[in-house]
Design a protein. Structure first.
Length: 256
């Protein structure tokens, strides 16, 4: 057996012992339908339990041998950097734990929301993380209910609300009040660039800068166009949300 294969085998045995030596703990977590993930950092070997695979529609046998690359293959492209930065903070000894919510691709093609609680389980002689352990909970139903409730609140709000996609900068939604007030609809306005509705383009830059810096904006005053190019003054408040599985900006508009 080659040195590399020996190291891989030793790493797998070392990861397996955590499951073998913590039966009661593992059983308790499995009662919560928790996926378990162990990563031998140095040898890049991972070990998962059956629930981890089940969370994305597979069996452990179907996934076969896994490593950190297996993880990234299933993570939603928009969430990879967030997840990598969380795990890297542990690898780089900046912290010993992390908590992050992200999406992974299910076997059936859709994405499911998962929440990870990660911990540095073991360190080497130099104090560097050698084994990282993560508990993974399926929180998809919670997010679906939350998105549905949010959608109902936005649709029935007594003031105009629009949503734009962060990546494409296009309008993707307008509630009833926004459609009536600004001549927006599924066939008029939606899908167009959000910057086109600013009379002064520099206002858009200031608005986004404040939003990215603070995570929210309150009562930002500017001049806007409606779909028919009528000009009006407005106060806008905004924050980031997930809308139809994409990072978006939700904006409430009040005429002044």
């Amino acid at each position: 057996m080659s040195k590399n294969n020996t190291q891989q085998s030793d790493a797998k045995d070392r990861l397996a012992k955590y499951e073998d030596n913590a039966d009661n703990y593992i059983k308790a977590l499995e009662e919560l339908q928790a996926g378990l993930w162990f990563w031998d950092v140095k040898n890049n070997v991972t070990n998962i339990n059956e629930q981890w695979a089940h969370n994305i529609g597979y069996t452990k046998a179907e996934l076969g041998e896994t490593n950190i690359k297996t993880f990234w293959e299933f993570v939603h492209p928009d969430d990879i950097e967030l997840l990598k930065s969380s795990i890297s903070a542990c690898v780089e000894q900046k912290q010993d734990s992390y908590k992050v919510t992200f999406r992974m691709r299910h076997k059936e093609g859709h994405y499911v929301y998962l929440q990870n609680y990660g911990y540095v389980l073991e360190k080497d002689e130099e104090g560097k993380p050698s084994v990282i352990f993560a508990i993974q909970l399926n929180v998809h139903e919670h997010f679906e209910r939350e998105e549905k409730q949010t959608s109902e609140i936005i649709e029935n709000a007594p003031f105009p609300i629009i949503i734009s996609d962060v990546e494409t900068n296009t309008l993707t939604y307008a509630n009833k009040r926004a459609q009536n007030a600004y001549s927006l609809g599924h066939n008029e306005g939606l899908g167009s660039l959000s910057i086109d509705y600013y009379v002064h383009k520099e206002d858009r830059i200031k608005f986004l800068t404040e939003l990215k810096t603070n995570g929210s904006v309150y009562d930002f005053e500017c001049e806007l166009y409606d779909f028919e190019k009528n000009i009006y003054w407005a106060l806008m408040s905004a924050t980031f949300i997930q809308f139809n599985g994409r990072l978006s900006i939700v904006v409430s508009i009040n005429d002044i």
